[in-house]
Design a protein around this ligand. Sequence first.
Ligand SMILES: O=C(O)c1cc(C(=O)O)c2c(n1)C(=O)C(=O)c1cc(C(=O)O)[nH]c1-2
Length: 247
Amino acid sequence: MGSADAVGRVAASDRAALDRAALDRVAFERELRAVPERRYHHRHPFNLRMHQGELSPVELRVWILNRFHYQRHIPVKDALILAKLDDPALRRMWVRRITDHDGTADDEGGIERWLRLGEAAGLDRADLLSGEGVLPGVRLAVDGYVNLCRSATPLEAVAASLTELFAPDIMTTRIAAFQAHYTWIRPEGLAYFKSRVPQGRRDSGEALSLVLEWARTREQQKAAVAALAYKCEVLWTLLDAVDRSGA
Ligand SMILES: O=C(O)c1cc(C(=O)O)c2c(n1)C(=O)C(=O)c1cc(C(=O)O)[nH]c1-2
């Protein structure tokens, strides 16, 4: 075997070793943030049309009804994550997410606020709760997220929630768009987004700290990035289904 081959082999094994070496925290955080930068649903054509004021009342109602299917599964996936956490302090932190959505009484919490958004847009609460009209693609996308949280490691499930690093900004844009273009929606309907902006900032900050701490090896870092990329596809696919519903 010639020396060029030997050099080639050494270089390849160096490359493999480099590939296995974990990124430092700063580089890993940059790698994580680059995923939604590219593919978060703030870039989806349906959201762009929403923000430009181009959606019809029927299209917005289809979005609200279908997004309710996502919303009502958030505490379910958080309960699946909660069951994987073996530390009381971590469980205390995570259980708050469930209460944020479910409240501590019937007339509280994010799910209730989303129902009121639907009512403010002319939808019937009973129709939202019935689940009728939820598009097949939306069901599959939401199942995908719930199943990821059921079967993946805590690191991957928490990493998947990191789309929320970008959610407060899109909600702020959405609030302004609703106020400017969709004035037929009663303003109290915006309460969901207004209360979710600070919750999203806090939740994504906590989740980011956990992911940076837990992902020690390059393999773990790659698994976290893949879970976050998958979650971006969940949100993208949900909007694809809404966009193509023909509403
Ligand atoms: O309106 C949005 O654009 C948006 C996006 C996301 C997200 O990035 O997953 C969430 C929410 N809203 C939201 O309201 C919410 O409660 C929420 C929880 C989570 C999560 O993965 O744990 N994402 C989101």
